[in-house]
Design a protein around this ligand. Structure first.
Ligand code: IMP
Ligand code: MG
Length: 195
């Protein structure tokens, strides 16, 4: 394992070998996810009395974030996973138009919370928000764990943001490169030679 890699806790994963540096450690992630959930919980509380709450997490990057987040949300809610991909295969740049799976038709009158791992070009969140809005929900909000410091991400409407990060390609805590590194418990920048 490289000297530069500092893991926040005891488990050193094989995949840490390909990581140049940890950007956000697991304890920091856990603390922030709890804070985010607290904000969402407060906002959902009055809403849950008048209509059903549906979470729409975007596969596959949001799975770990979602799993941690929902355990801090006590409201009655449903989850409808949605497949979307703008980084398919061995890419570190968005391909532009994301490929989006099918949304349920019955979102009418419901409160929808879109959950994704990261806001980059913003096309995924913008496109899914527009699709959700066409189904006449009562409300639509979006929540991402990370937002890159680039104009397209900053200008995309998003109600809940975990961390602002520099414009670098990151992996871990659900985020992948070519399908790998999702199981890394921390968020890190991969070594150039790993890409
Ligand atoms: P956007 O549509 O360009 O905002 O891209 C959002 C999607 O691209 C996210 O859901 C991620 O799956 C993927 N993505 C964007 N940036 C990164 C990154 O730095 N690492 C891994 N995946 C990323
Ligand atoms: Mg994704």
């Amino acid at each position: 394992m490289a000297e530069s890699v500092q893991t926040a806790a005891e488990t050193v994963h094989d995949v840490h070998r390909d990581i140049d540096r940890i950007l956000i450690g697991r304890e920091e992630i856990a603390r922030r996810v709890e804070e985010l959930a607290e904000a969402i919980r407060g906002d959902l509380e009055p809403l849950s009395r008048d209509a059903e709450i549906v979470l729409v997490p975007i596969l596959t990057g949001s799975i770990i974030f979602l799993a941690d987040l929902i355990r801090h949300l006590p409201q009655k809610l449903r989850i409808h996973m949605l497949a979307a991909s703008s980084y398919a295969g061995r890419r570190t740049k968005s391909s532009g138009e994301p490929i989006v799976g099918s949304l349920p038709e019955d979102l009418k009158g419901k409160h929808v919370l879109i959950v994704d791992d990261i806001l980059d070009s913003g096309t995924t969140i913008r496109r899914i928000r527009a699709e959700v809005e066409r189904r006449r929900p009562r409300s639509v909000r979006a929540c991402v764990l990370l937002r890159k410091d680039i104009a397209s991400a900053l200008s995309t409407k998003c109600e809940y943001i975990g961390f602002e990060i520099p414009n670098e390609f990151v992996v871990g805590y659900g985020l992948d490169y070519d399908g790998y590194y999702r199981n890394l418990p921390d968020i890190g920048v991969p070594k150039k030679e790993a890409l």
